[in-house]
Design a protein around this ligand. Structure first.
Ligand code: HH2
Length: 277
């Protein structure tokens, strides 16, 4: 066993994003073609992704829903082609698309609506419950909270407990960075991630390339950092989340994040100094 593989075994998981869409906010149109999607998925496997998350409908702010048959047409062949190589999740809010993807080999439903636990229960697969305020079309219309972490946490724990009771054995929770949240809400969630870890369900966090990073880590002239230049901020926040106890991060830049995860793994263990614990 190499040092890397030993460390990888104790490090957080890395979920690679594969958007088979024309309009996703950072990679829309790049992987709409089946061959391009499959090649990117296999690249992510080679880069060390633990899971590849295949999505056929953008959930960026303002996005319009995609008809179910079109979403299914985009997602199912890619899921089927990748499933023999890596664990595949399907990023959807439609029960019919989730069912079809599971039939094709997906074993995790990544559900930004937190409504599909019934599908996961009946099909015996895992489920990610994400918090969102409203729908992608409306979610950034002046979102407000009394206590964003408290409200997100109680929503997630209610959904997660109900899913467990309904028979879903693998339940993840995700605060939904950027989904009905201002820049300050996103930063507060990151600052207080340990409170979400304490809910007792494995925590997943997705900050990768999101617009708040462009605002916070702005260019020196004060303009937002463009989406293609947000790797350093993405990596910093993924590392922040992993050190705070996130068990999985959802990212576009898999190779770089796996390097960070490998270093974070031992950082989360009790210190071993000079052979003494
Ligand atoms: N973010 C996006 C999509 N799905 N799922 C979870 N669980 N957590 C997230 O933070 C999350 C998610 C948005 O990113 P992306 O898929 O790159 O963009 P788009 O929705 O435009 O396809």
């Amino acid at each position: 066993m190499t040092v890397r593989s030993t460390l990888r075994a104790v490090s957080p998981s890395v979920m690679g994003v594969l958007n088979v869409t024309p309009d996703s906010f950072s990679d829309g149109g790049r992987y709409l073609d089946f061959d391009a999607a499959l090649a990117r998925g296999l690249d992510m496997v080679a880069e060390g992704a633990d899971i590849v998350d295949v999505g056929g409908e953008s959930s960026r702010p303002g996005a319009e829903p995609v008809p179910e048959d079109e979403e299914r047409r985009r997602v199912v062949p890619v899921v089927a082609a990748l499933a023999p190589h890596v664990r595949v999740s399907v990023d959807t809010v439609k029960p019919g698309v989730a069912e079809a993807a599971i039939e094709a080999g997906a074993t995790l439903v990544n559900d930004v609506s937190a409504r599909l636990s019934g599908v996961a229960a009946s099909r015996g697969v895992g489920w990610v419950a994400m918090h969102m305020r409203g729908t992608p079309r409306t979610m950034q219309d002046a979102p407000s909270y009394e206590d964003v972490v408290g409200e997100v946490g109680s929503f997630l724990v209610d959904r997660a407990r109900a899913a467990r009771e309904a028979g879903v054995s693998e339940v993840w929770v995700d605060p939904g960075i950027g989904f009905g949240k201002t820049v300050s809400h996103n930063l507060e969630i990151l600052h207080r991630l340990s409170e979400l870890v304490a809910l007792g369900f494995p925590l997943m966090v997705g900050t990768s390339r999101k617009s708040f990073l462009g605002t916070v880590a702005a260019r020196s002239d004060g303009s937002p950092t463009p989406v293609g230049d947000r790797l350093p901020a993405s990596l910093a926040t993924a590392t922040w989340a992993m050190l705070a106890g996130a068990a999985m991060v959802r990212v576009h830049d898999v190779a770089a994040t796996v390097q960070a995860a490998v270093l974070v793994g031992p950082a989360r263990l009790p210190a071993v100094v000079g052979g003494r614990r």
